[in-house]
Design a binder for this molecule. Structure first.
Ligand code: SF4
Ligand code: SF4
Length: 371
């Protein structure tokens, strides 16, 4: 793989979930300590975004003003969604705002943010691919790529249309590796096919894999009583050969120290360690959840246009990991604004479901739990 970074720990510092004070402000002093620990351990890759409220400004104070600019890699992102900008001009101006907030005159890794099948045309319409190409020609960015949240076919489409993208950022973790909704493995394979270095996001699945179900934890403890569940998750992603760096969105000094402890002298998983992950994944799958394969056969006939598999995926977040707050947060945006309680019980979907799921009853359970 043609890595775009060198002399850098394979752990990247995700700056999305920085520590906050009671006032709600980012705790810059604690962030400084985290940056120092990260640097001491050989960490050099920092990832923020225009839409991570306050993160770019805090990065300026904790990193940019304290370390030589050529001693680290700085990544940030341009978001063309309507919540971030209203038109092409505003979208393009995000770059200038990011430079100002960060107190720098160039970005090492600039990403078009969170592309999927619904928003990718907006990035085309606003001419943002040509824009980042121009920024690179002017020396204002070193490399450009995009982060991605959709199915492998969509990723293949984007990389075929834009072979100039230098890297991709993907959601990869062992729980989503063969998950029909996320398809980490297939997305990774598309990146390999196009020979793009991969930046990994969500290796711990938003923190859920740091506290997996008890039976999964037993698998890890049996293999290594000292290793944390998070270490298994991060090292799984880092062991993939096409992966350039694994981002962890660390929120305090303790998380930083834990991550450094196993990533400082990182070595890819042995065959035995890989088998432990396979066992843990199998145990995770046995956990009581809705066996929806996200085939979408049920959705075209639904008169209420419910995003049934996405609704079930949110419910499974709760069933598998027991984190009601996270499941409710996901439910608020993932099913495209549709709600389980909108179901009119016509049962058209059930006749189309190859898994013969009692969709109406399951939707009722979702409405009772997540609404
Ligand atoms: S039963 Fe509900 S989910 Fe199924 S097709 Fe009818 S309205 Fe849609
Ligand atoms: S048809 Fe059944 S398995 Fe397929 S997405 Fe719909 S509920 Fe899930």
């Amino acid at each position: 793989m043609n890595s775009l970074i060198s002399n850098c720990m394979k752990l990247g510092f995700g700056l999305m979930r920085l520590p906050r004070l009671d006032s709600g402000e980012i705790d810059v002093e604690q962030t400084k300590q985290m940056v120092d620990d990260f640097f001491d351990a050989g960490g050099r890759y920092f990832d923020t975004a225009f839409v991570y409220g306050g993160s770019e400004e805090a990065t300026k104070k904790a990193l940019v003003e304290r370390y030589p600019r050529d001693s680290y890699y700085l990544a940030t992102k341009l978001n063309a969604s309507s919540f971030a900008c209203k038109n092409e001009e505003e979208a393009k101006n995000e770059f200038n705002i990011s430079l100002e907030r960060l107190g720098t005159d160039y970005i090492d890794f600039y990403l078009l943010h969170a592309l999927d099948k619904n928003n990718k045309d907006t990035y085309e319409k606003y001419g943002l691919w040509d824009y980042v190409k121009k920024l690179k020609a002017e020396g204002k960015i070193k490399h450009y790529g995009f982060s991605f949240h959709d199915q492998p076919e969509v990723l293949d489409e984007i990389l075929t249309a834009h072979p100039e993208a230098e890297f991709v950022q993907l959601q990869i973790n062992y729980a989503d590796w063969d998950d029909a909704n996320v398809n980490s493995r297939k997305c990774y394979e598309v990146a390999v096919k196009h020979n793009k270095p991969v930046v990994v996001m969500e290796p711990v699945k938003g923190g859920t894999l740091a506290n997996p179900p008890e039976r999964v934890m037993e698998v890890f403890k049996e293999a290594d009583p000292m290793a944390s569940a998070a270490s298994w998750a991060v090292k799984f992603a880092a062991s993939l050969p096409q992966v350039m760096v694994v981002l962890s969105g660390m929120s305090n000094v303790e998380q930083m120290k834990d991550n450094i402890s196993y990533m400082k002298d990182f070595e890819a998983f042995s065959e035995d360690e890989q088998k432990v992950i396979e066992k843990a994944t199998a145990v995770l799958k046995e956990t009581d959840s809705i066996p929806c394969t996200a085939c979408h056969y049920c959705t075209p006939g639904c008169p209420m246009k419910l995003h049934i598999p996405e609704i079930f995926a949110c419910m499974n977040e709760y069933k598998i990991y027991g984190n009601l707050e996270r499941a409710k947060n996901g439910y608020a945006w993932r099913p495209g604004g549709t709600k389980a309680s909108q179901c009119v019980k016509c049962r058209k979907c059930e006749g189309a479901c190859p898994q013969h799921l009692p969709i109406v009853e399951l939707l009722q359970e979702v409405a009772d739990t997540l609404e």
